[in-house]
Design a protein around this ligand. Structure first.
Ligand code: PGA
Length: 252
């Protein structure tokens, strides 16, 4: 099985101003300090406005990412930002298909796939988000939904180099509840198997993150689940202390 270095990623969502530079500086300093013992990559995805602002100050190998992009390369799309622009600003990862974009901005699997392709085209890494709603879970359709989203959102040519999957049950996001570790294990194993079906051998190198109410108190047990290769955190990523405490589960 391919070796997958875990990824601890923070999604600031629509939060953060230039004054939050100190949070980034603290995360970089923590990562630098623990570099020898930290068995994970670190990533912060601030609002697009801050990527270029933070980029010159990154250290310790902490990467910068964006939260969304337009699938087009350039053109008359007022207000939109392309993958190339985000990479130009300093992003090396771009989140696509977050449930808040699927639910609030009408993004369908085909849109998510087009965005992931745009990310691949500029040699960045797409973090493709999938996950069932509370209603779908209640109907017992979690695996069916997740399978459909993978099939529809993951482009041909995806590999560990250009793609990360984030499994984020919608009902667990910002809700202070998570699935049980057994449920996470079942879903992540299913995602791995589906990736195999879609991509063949490349599937083993793709990191599958868990997202949804990850916090310092539950990170370690979630990270021990097979096929969990890190986390995508929202609320807890806004405070450098909490984010570092989550990553600390990967300290040896
Ligand atoms: P949360 O958000 O950690 O605040 O639940 C996760 C996400 O939406 O990526």
């Amino acid at each position: 099985m391919a070796e997958r270095r875990p990824l601890v990623a923070g999604n600031w969502k629509m939060n953060g101003l230039a004054a939050q530079s100190s949070e980034i500086a603290a995360i970089c300093a923590w990562t630098e300090k623990h570099a020898d013992k930290l068995a994970a990559d670190m990533l912060i995805c601030p609002p697009a406005t801050l990527i270029m602002h933070f980029a010159p100050h990154m250290s310790g190998g902490v990467a910068l990412g964006a939260q969304n992009c337009n699938a087009e390369k350039s053109g008359a799309f007022t207000g939109e930002v392309s993958a190339e622009m985000l990479v130009d600003a300093g992003a090396s990862f771009i989140i696509v298909g977050h449930s808040e974009r699927r639910a609030g901005f009408g993004e369908r699997d085909a849109d998510v796939k087009a965005k992931a392709q745009a990310v691949h085209a500029v040699a960045a890494c797409a973090i493709i988000c999938i996950g069932e709603t509370a209603e779908e879970r209640g109907l017992g359709s979690t695996l069916e939904v997740v399978g459909r989203q993978l099939e529809g959102s993951v482009p041909v040519g995806s590999s560990g180099r250009n793609t990360v999957i984030a499994y984020e049950p919608v009902w667990a996001i910002g809700a202070n509840v998570t699935p049980s570790v057994d449920e996470i294990a079942e879903t992540h194993a299913f995602i791995r198997a589906e990736l195999h079906r879609i991509l063949g051998g490349q599937a083993d190198s793709i990191r599958i993150l868990y997202g949804g109410s990850v916090k310092p108190s539950n990170a370690a047990e979630i990270f021990r689940v097979p096929n969990v290769d890190g986390a995508l955190g929202g609320g807890a990523s806004l405070k450098s202390q909490d984010f570092a405490a989550i990553a600390a589960a990967y300290l040896s």
